[in-house]
Design a protein around this ligand. Sequence first.
Ligand code: ZN
Length: 489
Amino acid sequence: MSAYADLMAFQRETEALAQISGRLGWDQETMMPRGAGGQRAEEMAAIEGVLHARRTDPRIGEWLAVVVTGGEVEAANLRHIRRSFERTSKVPARLAAEIARVTSQAQSIWAEARAADDFAAFAPTLREVLSLKREEGAALAADGDVYDAMLDDYEPGATASELSAMFDALRPRLVDLRAAILEKPAPQGLSGEFDEGAQMKLSRMIAKVFGYDMARGRVDKAVHPFSSGSGTDVRITTRTTPSDPFNCIYSTIHEVGHGAYEQNIDPDYLLTPLGAGVSMGVHESQSRIYENQLGRSRAFTGWLYGQMRDAFGDFGIADEDAFFAAVNRVTNGFIRTEADEVQYNLHVLLRYDLERALVARDLEVDDLEAAWNDRFAADFGFAVDKPSNGVLQDVHWSVGLFGYFPTYTLGNVYAGCLHEALRVAVPDLDDQLAQGDTARATGWLCQNVQRHGGLYEPRQVIEMASGAAPSEGPLLSYLEGKFGGIYGL
Ligand code: ZN
């Protein structure tokens, strides 16, 4: 066999083991008996050990040294394998083990501090995590920028200077849009109780409407919705609350966006480095365009209104227009994960600016809470009341995910670009969405983005699909147009 064939056979087994590890993670959040936590931690550690050994196996270096590059697919596979191998080789084993140990403890210390609303109880741990992640970033960056090296784990090729240019243009217009909206009277919300079984039934039906293949997936409940797996086994989760069926429906549509991306990748790429979504930003572009530009559109919500009336009877909303306004209600809130389309990115930009300052040592951990509260007041116009509604609300920093937050807003920016191109490609899209038919939209996304998996670089796939270099412009025009209409601005 050629070096390429040997390398790919080895890689395929690693990919299969990684899928097994992911499925253990899915099980832990959905099905695992409460008492199984200790044993599961050991099982996960064992398989992670096997995966780490395979990913740093010296034979990969030998194969990469002699392999002869063939066509586009071969070159892309080698690019992914080389990037991963070089990354793991640059970080000393001692440091990788120390990060794993400290972050697994930090998560529970963060959870306790959040429950007690006590940032000072978390600060020493955060300082330790940050210091280790900085050390890792420096090892990865060599002479380059440490934050860019962190970003590269989630969004290969992206740089902070490129992201900041887009984000700095977004922020003032979103702050103004938010303020203008909140001067207007809030639309009516839903009232009453919504049967949780009926919510799940409706959500499964909507998942199919968005093209999610139940023969290669399933929908279960989890505390924090997520999607998991690639290829022919892609699972999603959602949640239900009796008073808020939108939470269940839109969590489902969001995760269907992630899941459909994985399901729609070219089957030739199964269990290869190309057989998964290419970056966190591109992944989030799919979940967001399904959830927001399609799922929260006037046309689709018109159809959804009828489905909800069938499922739940009268819930106090008079007509389709009032329902569209209820789905897209903008209200004050502290929590990122509960934010509407207008305010969501302001939450993300706050975290992005603060974490860059932390990494660059322009901000000390001891000053983080005050910096958070100042920035929140500046952008949202009211004060954070307690740390669990502010600096302690997200798990990310405790587990060392510096460089992850910006991919949420990058995903929204990408979704804006794709949506603009989709509207040109399918001019009568609203006629279809109004019938609960998403096939043309999801088909276009499959053809132009999803089927490629990891074949192209993240930015490249968005640029090819949308026909222009990614920018914040389309997202801003979409948000200002849509919310300007709803609120009469
Ligand atoms: Zn997502």
